[in-house]
Design a protein around this ligand. Structure first.
Ligand code: 9WN
Length: 436
């Protein structure tokens, strides 16, 4: 397929997934607005319809709670019933500060908004409407970061926690296995539910039934504590400080500081967060033996051992020092030399690696976008080019899927990717990659 055709197809996917003011990740599988998906989508949409890209982010923030939370799903339609868990299962009315309309979930996702604002400002430096948009959203994004530092950092370390794997955006990563295994499921007390995802995507490419029981358990735990109560940190068996969520938060803090300074907003609070977060990330997450950053299991009080894609986002946020950056770069270079597409979502040498199951091994194009930028930050341009080229190649050969086979030998016999088709962020980051 020619590059022109690829661009036309990407735009067609994004047009088909556009609803009234926002883009669904995938028409069938995910029929609502997802938080971090919208950020990546704006980065692609702005290249052919700037107004829509701006509206995408504004619509997302109509779901913001009084406490600052930006939920992971905004259920703009209450009639759509093909996704589980829907708004009625979340019951966010337990929290008086949750909006009545639109209905939302009660958890969040990676804090991409700050860097998305800056990305668009940099792309369109002379557009007054982009400047006005960034100034309108700035206080809302800061309020969201304040939520994370207030409600998700009980020991005031400068590192936020998550209490549900869906918050990480990397739902069934093997990183969470040990914490998830801590959850004892009592079927008698777990509310009855019916999954919808496995009716649309292949079951062996999705999380398992046991994992879904635990997702529901943690949802109920959040609900019990109004989704923001201190009881979450006290009780949750799953309580994790994640490498990627914290790296993205730090990256967005940096963007907000620059934006705030450009437009004359007070950035004192942002600078304080940043001054605490970067050294804390360095101190707590670097693992000398593994030569990578590893998240921290707050409940188990230990590092979460595993080589995983989230650590590579530290490059994008500029957290890694030169030596650490080189180690991360070497890790990826070796995978490339051994015949893997970049960047597999989990350690290919681990027995827990699964090249087709969701976040346990496949390639995710928006992750390539983040890592590509990170490698460029440190001047590793040749490898950055490979990361970009691999994403383009997989989409060109296998379609606009949600994720892709990471083992080149296995991918050779496949004609398509995995998970949902006609995927928004796949199309969006492809547009940006092709525009570069
Ligand atoms: C739960 C929408 C979302 C992404 C996540 C991805 C997947 C949802 C699901 O789809 O998660 O949020 O139902 O599996 O893991 O990163 O935002 O594309």
């Amino acid at each position: 397929m020619s590059t022109e055709q690829l661009i036309a197809n990407s735009i067609a996917v994004l047009n088909a997934n556009w609803r009234d003011g926002f883009t669904v990740p995938s028409g069938q599988l995910y029929p609502f607005q997802w938080n971090w998906d919208s950020g990546f989508t704006s980065i692609g949409t702005c290249l052919f319809d700037l107004d829509r890209a701006l509206l995408e982010m504004e619509t997302l923030f109509t779901g913001q709670w009084d406490n600052g939370l930006v939920p992971h799903i905004i259920f703009h339609s209450e009639k759509e019933t093909t996704y589980f868990p829907n708004f009625d299962f979340w019951e966010t009315t337990v929290n008086a500060g949750a909006p009545q309309k639109p209905k939302t979930s009660g958890i969040t996702q990676p804090a991409v908004h700050g860097f998305v604002l800056e990305h668009l400002l940099n792309r369109f430096p002379n557009e007054e409407k982009v400047k006005a948009w960034a100034q309108r959203l700035f206080p809302k994004v800061v309020a969201y970061h304040r939520f994370l530092y207030t409600y998700r950092d009980p020991h005031h370390e400068g590192l936020m926690f998550m209490f549900h794997p869906w918050e990480s955006g990397r739902d069934n990563s093997p990183l969470w296995d040990e914490s998830m295994d801590r959850i004892v499921i009592d079927k008698a007390t777990l509310p009855a539910y019916t999954r919808r995802d496995t009716k649309i995507a292949a079951a062996d490419e999705r999380p398992t039934a046991d994992q879904y029981d635990r997702y529901v358990y943690l949802l109920e735990l959040g609900k019990k504590h109004q989704y923001d109560g201190p009881g979450i940190a006290e009780e949750s068996p799953f309580l994790v400080q994640d490498t990627m969520m914290n790296a993205i938060l730090i990256k967005s803090n940096a963007s907000l500081i620059r934006i705030g300074e450009q437009f004359g907003f007070d950035v004192g609070e942002l600078k304080e967060w940043q001054a605490q977060s970067i050294p804390a990330y360095q101190r707590k997450f670097w693992n000398e033996d593994l030569q990578t950053f590893t998240g921290y299991d707050l409940r188990g009080e230990k590092q979460i051992i595993g080589k995983e894609i989230g650590a590579l986002v530290s490059l994008t946020a500029g957290i890694a020092d030169e030596k650490q950056a080189k180690a991360l770069k070497n890790y990826l270079q070796q995978l490339h030399d051994r015949g893997f597409y970049l960047c597999p979502s989990f350690d290919v040498d681990s027995p827990r690696f699964d090249s087709k199951r969701y976040w346990r091994g496949p390639i995710w194009p928006h992750m390539n976008w983040l890592v590509h930028q990170g490698l460029q930050n440190y001047g590793f341009n040749d490898l950055a080019d490979i990361v970009r080229a691999d994403a383009i190649h997989l989409i060109r050969e296998h379609g606009f899927y949600e994720y892709f086979e990471s083992n080149k030998a296995q991918a050779a016999s496949l004609t398509q990717g995995y998970g949902g088709d006609q995927f928004s962020w796949t199309s969006a980051v492809l547009l940006d990659f092709l525009d570069a």
